[in-house]
Each structure stands twice: as structure tokens, then as C-alpha cells.
Write a protein of this length. Structure first.
Length: 453
């Protein structure tokens, strides 16, 4: 892939601001979805701030060599819910979030220390491209249901409506047209163009629907803007401090006992092992895009440290452990902008936006159907990029065919395993099955060593 901006390139300041905001839009829906799912008063603005902090930490540890944004991790949703379920109070639950993020981060640190000592050769043997490629595809394909569900849903009524689908499809088409036929500037910001186009059409439908009382046309929920002036017009209308997690957590630490700490440990640590596999898949993916092996330079130990310490820092403010985002990687692939300066700018914008109330309201008001349409492109690119990793593999060989088919079918089918409060995600199950099949069939008499594929 011919990149417009290489990893070390620095676009002009005005371009950086726009390119960075596009990255914010790409990761925003998933980042703020996690606190919304968990509830218990978690702040979406704080989660956005935490994602920005976590990304800056990651960039620092990776020596500005990896163009990836870190956002709220869906893998830890069960762990976060367990933190609140087992707590004696909401404040203790928030303290559990910080404790759990610390446990998960320590797992990453331990992994980093081991890899620094023994190297990454064993990873290449255990997870060659024939295993990692379809696993990356599953990361995108497993999100397909979410994209389609969002595409069909009105943010205002929560109902499925054809007008929501139309708005989402318009956003998708606008994104594709800008990326394919647009001028140089348009090709660099296709998601901004797509989201704003879809938002504009949805707003028109909503105004018509509200004026006529026709519910299916009511798409956009503008309530986020109306709440800005609930307390009258003042400074808070424009600026407000996010409800940071640590502010509530510090009041709950004295309510934590050894039993609760054990619960948090059991809820978070196993998930960190699972996310480790996704971490490798994401970095293999972005490595193929920028044509530089990030597992070697800056090294898997550096990316793990960045992810782990970034998760701890992000959770301190936003409550959510962070992870590398496939949406961010897809945005890099589609726009061909791998500039780490752009990712840095996006992180800084997240910090700033989280304090600007109208911006938070605007982001919160973007219709889910519009984001669903845009995410069809994002998730699709993740899936395709994974398949590109295996394009040199001979799928006429039983070994390769079975590895790829096992991963794809178990992933698309949604195979996951739950043991008590611990859930092995679909992606992790698919990867584990792929590794097992690849090793079981290693002696295929018709197969050569495909570890280099």
C-alpha cells in the first residue's frame, strides 16, 4: 500500500487538526459505548479523556513508531461489570475499576519483560500469518452484527426504521465516494465527509418527523444539546470537568477487603491474557499496512508496555482499560495516513474535547445509524486486511485450508466460552483453535513449513 503520509511525516498544523478529528470520529462510537453499557454513572467524557491519555502513553513507549489509537476495551466489559456487582457501594466499584486495570496492566508488563528476555521468535512459530491473518479478519467480521444493528436503529426512538438505514447508507456512500473519487484533500477525510453528510440528512428527516409527528423519520436525539442550558446559561454551558473515575474511586478504597480484591483479580487477569492475543493480531495488521514489523521495531515488549501502562493511565481517568483499536487501523489503511503525529493530535483533541460541553454533546448526538454506515467500511477493511495476510498461502493444502476455515467459522459463528465470571472472547477462541489445528497438521505430508507466510 502506497502511503500518503509515512509514520514519521508531519502534516501541516491545520491538516493535523482535521486528520486527528477524523481519527476521533473513527474511535468515538466504541470508546463511549463501554461506559454507556456499564452504567453506574460512568462518564463518556471521562472515557474519551482516558483514551487520549492512554494513547499518548502508548505513543511514548513505542517511540513514536506505531500509528495506533487506544480506546475503551470491550473485552473487559464483563470484568468491569463484576467490579460493580461485587462491590459494597458505587464508590468501591470505581475503586475496583482502578485496581482491575492495574492488575491487567501488570500482566502486560510481565509479558513485556519475558519477551524482552526471550525474543519474539516463538510467537512467529506459534502464530504465523496463516493463523493471524484470518484472526484479524474475525476482528472485523465479529463487529459486522453491531454495524448492521446500528445501521437500522433510530437514536431518538430506539426503533428499527428504513429511514435510519437510508441515513446510514448515505453516510457509507459519501465516505466511499470521497475516498475513491474525491480530490487529494477529500481522500484524506472521507469519514468526516461521510459522517457529516449522514448527520445532515438524518437531521432533516428528524425535523420533518417531529413537525409531522411521523415517528419513523425521527432519527437524531438532540437531547444532549438541550441539557446544556438546564442550569441556565453560564460557563458550564461551554466548559465542564469530566467526572473522572479516580475522584469517586478514592472515596471507596477504604471499603475494599481481601475477598473483593480476589474477585477483581479473577475478573481482570485472565482477560488480559486473552487481549494479549488480540494485541499481536492488531500489530501484525498495522505492520502489514506500514510495511514495518512493529513486533521487531520498536518491539513487542515496547508495544505491550505502551498498551499496559496506557490502560492503567486511561482507566485512572475514564475507568476503562484501553486496547489498540481496529477502527483506528482501518482509518489508517483507508486514508493512507500513517502519521503518528496525526494519532498524537487525535489523542490531544480527545483531552480537549472532553472538557468542551458542546463538542461532547455533538459527538453524543451523532446518530447510531450514521456510525453504523461508516463502520461498515471500517470493519470491512479490517476483515479484508486480514485476508490479504494469507494471499500468498496455498489454500489447496489441507493444513492451510483447515486452519483458515476453522478460524473463520468459529469466529463468524460467535464461539465463546464462559467459566464463572471469566469469558474467553470469540476472537481468542478462534485464535486458540487456529493455533491447535495448525500444530496438529504440522506433519501434513503435502505441506511445507508455512511459518513464514
Amino acid at each position: 500500500m502506497k502511503l500518503v503520509y509515512q509514520v514519521n511525516d508531519r502534516p501541516k498544523f491545520t491538516q493535523l487538526v482535521v486528520f486527528g478529528f477524523q481519527q476521533v470520529l473513527a474511535i468515538m462510537a466504541a470508546t463511549i459505548a463501554v461506559p454507556l453499557i456499564i452504567g453506574n454513572g460512568m462518564s463518556t467524557a471521562a472515557a474519551l479523556f482516558g483514551a487520549g491519555i492512554g494513547t499518548l502513553v502508548y505513543i511514548l513507549f513505542t517511540n513514536h513508531k506505531s500509528p495506533v489509537f487506544l480506546g475503551s476495551s470491550f473485552a473487559f466489559i464483563g470484568s468491569m461489570s463484576a467490579a460493580f456487582a461485587g462491590a459494597v457501594s458505587i464508590q468501591a466499584g470505581y475503586a475496583g475499576l482502578l485496581l482491575g486495570a492495574a492488575f491487567a496492566g501488570i500482566v502486560y508488563v510481565i509479558f513485556a519483560m519475558i519477551i524482552r528476555k526471550v525474543g519474539t521468535g516463538w510467537i512467529n512459530k506459534l502464530m504465523p500469518a496463516i493463523v493471524i491473518g484470518p484472526t484479524v479478519s474475525i476482528i472485523g467480521l465479529s463487529l459486522a452484527g453491531s454495524a448492521v444493528t446500528n445501521l437500522r436503529t433510530s437514536s431518538l426512538t430506539g426503533e428499527t426504521t428504513q429511514f435510519a438505514v437510508l441515513c446510514g447508507i448515505i453516510a457509507l456512500i459519501a465516505t466511499m465516494l470521497a475516498s475513491t473519487y474525491g480530490g487529494r484533500k477529500a481522500k484524506m477525510i472521507p469519514f468526516i465527509i461521510g459522517i457529516l453528510t449522514g448527520y445532515g440528512v438524518a437531521a432533516i428527516f428528524t425535523w420533518i418527523g417531529l413537525a409531522t409527528g411521523y415517528a419513523p423519520m425521527q432519527i437524531v436525539d438532540f437531547s444532549a444539546f438541550s441539557t446544556l442550558t438546564d442550569g441556565g446559561i453560564g460557563l458550564h454551558t461551554f466548559l465542564s470537568v469530566p467526572d473522572f473515575t479516580f475522584l469517586k474511586a478514592f472515596a471507596g478504597f477504604h471499603e475494599i477487603d481481601a475477598s473483593y480484591i480476589g474477585t477483581i483479580f479473577a475478573a481482570y487477569v485472565p482477560v488480559a491474557f486473552v487481549v494479549f492475543a488480540e494485541h499481536i493480531a492488531d500489530h501484525r495488521n498495522i505492520s502489514s499496512i506500514i510495511e514495518t514489523d512493529l513486533l521487531t521495531d520498536p518491539g513487542l515488549d515496547h508495544t505491550l508496555l505502551g498498551d499496559g501502562i496506557g490502560s492503567i493511565a486511561g482507566a485512572f481517568f475514564g475507568g476503562c482499560p484501553n486496547t489498540t483499536y481496529g477502527e483506528s487501523i482501518a482509518c489508517v489503511a483507508i486514508t493512507r495516513n500513517a502519521s503518528v503525529a496525526t494519532i498524537t493530535c487525535a489523542a490531544v483533541e480527545c483531552l480537549i474535547i472532553s472538557f468542551i460541553t458542546p463538542f461532547v454533546a455533538f459527538i453524543s448526538s451523532i446518530p447510531t445509524c450514521v456510525m453504523g454506515g461508516v463502520c461498515m467500511a471500517l470493519y470491512g477493511f479490517i476483515a479484508v486486511s486480514g485476508l490479504k495476510m494469507i494471499q500468498r498461502a496455498d489454500l489447496d493444502l489441507n493444513r492451510n485450508l483447515y486452519v483458515v476455515s476453522t478460524i473463520l467459522i468459529s469466529g463468524i459463528g460467535g464461539l465463546s466460552l464462559t467459566f464463572g465470571k471469566i469469558t474467553i472472547t470469540t476472537i481468542a477462541c478462534s485464535l486458540i483453535l487456529g493455533i491447535i489445528v495448525n500444530k496438529l497438521l504440522a506433519k501434513d505430508p503435502n505441506s511445507r513449513d508455512d511459518n513464514d507466510l
